[in-house]
Design a protein around this ligand. Sequence first.
Ligand code: XMP
Length: 329
Amino acid sequence: DWNMEDVMEEEIKTIKALVGPEDHVICALSGGVDSTVAATLVHKAIGNRLHCIFVDNGLLRYKERVRVMETFETDLHLPVTCVDATEQFLRNLKGIVDPETKRKIIGREFILIFDMFAQDLEHKLGKRPNFLVQGTLYPDIIESCPPPGSGRTHSHTIKSHHNVGGLPKDMKLKLIEPLKLLFKDEVRELGKILNVPQGFLKRHPFPGPGLAVRVLGDVTEGNALEILRQVDEIFIQSIKDAGLYDSIWQAFAVFLPIKSVGVQGDKRTHSHVVALRAVTSQDGMTADWYNFEHKFLDDVARKICNSVRGVNRVVQDITSKPPSTIEWE
Ligand code: XMP
């Protein structure tokens, strides 16, 4: 049990000692708690020699770009460049159905954009940025590469993700990972001391590949992403309205690439099925499915079918992790 004030002071000291007065630091913000807290901490240590980028990959949630940019600019005063790369990502994901291939493509395109950002900065500053901030947490490290004797020997082969080592290796950037010994709840505590808004800190985790791993199959097929955004927003808003958001680790909707028959108004329909998933967890490594009340689920399902065109069936995921993972892909 660490005192977060001390952790913050220590980290700021370490960052100041590491980053020389002529050095520049870059950071990719995902819009999540981890990268935001990491960047805010580094910003506090070195000011505007930090340069952040936020990429809209077209796989974000409803109104997400506008919402997170507002937090970065208005609440945190972080220096952030926002890049809309929707077209580039979706063009490269066209026809791709394999989950790991999706992740690889998204990672690759991200690196290309990030590389360009670093080059632009080099022109502007007259020198190369030489440090990179990453919001790596302790569980990311143990799930990607379990320490010997931890009893976790095979988990790193399950998914090629978790941001560890996900950025260019040939850029010769030294890593700053100020959160690498912390768990999620500790990062939230640290964020609070750094004046990151409570509402932002309490946001559920969101995977780097975004909605690409929540639209099963080809993400560019039809208007899957748009449907998913609307369904997800209704689900999340209902959870918030019911006062349940903070009791849940993650809640989201999944777009299934199948159609089922329904009856809406006096017509038979042949429309999409969406799944709702909500879990409780300590750190994402194991999870239990969350048991909503009957009335809540009934209201949400009705609302979704009544207001989202192209959806006539809502199902709920009632598996825990293990045997399932939290995400569907
Ligand atoms: P799973 O689905 O493996 O997820 O049970 C555990 C936690 O990790 C998140 N997740 C990801 N995060 N890139 C990320 O940055 C990914 O590719 C990725 N896949 C899953 C997931 O949302 C959950 O919090």
